[in-house]
Design a protein around this ligand. Structure first.
Ligand SMILES: [Fe+2]
Ligand SMILES: [Fe+2]
Length: 129
């Protein structure tokens, strides 16, 4: 896969994830919300694994931008936190629904900030061009 194709795939992945999270946030029916969250639990690791794979996106950030080492450590730590968070959210689906929706909104905000950062770094890497 050419480097530019990798970045294009990441950006497409972000778009798909964001659309899906927005859909979950707008679910009025509890059953639809739960079903979307279970699906999201499957989608997220696929996206994170793609970014983390050897020779992939995060490796290019590590070597392609100033302070890349620290940035990639942070992005990886955020991936790990999202992986844990979505599992905890799924485990608590039966709990208080208002609280659950609050957690999902918080999750969505953090994920949006994370992806925004990746787009910013990704667009700075001259190797893509
Ligand atoms: Fe990421
Ligand atoms: Fe991402």
């Amino acid at each position: 896969m050419r480097p530019q194709d990798t970045f294009d795939a990441i950006v497409r992945g972000h778009r798909a994830l964001r659309k899906f999270v927005q859909k979950a946030l707008s679910d009025i029916e509890t059953e639809a919300l739960h079903s979307d969250l279970r699906e999201l639990r499957g989608m997220l690791p696929v996206h994170f694994d793609f970014e983390e794979r050897a020779g992939g996106f995060l490796e290019r950030i590590r070597t392609g931008i100033p302070a890349g080492e620290a940035e990639v450590d942070l992005l990886r730590a955020e991936h790990d936190a999202f992986r844990v968070d979505i599992e905890e959210i799924i485990a608590d689906l039966g709990g208080d629904q208002a609280e659950l929706r609050g957690r999902i909104r918080d999750f969505a905000t953090r994920l949006r900030d994370h992806e925004q950062k990746e787009r910013t770094w990704g667009s700075q890497i001259t190797l893509w061009r």
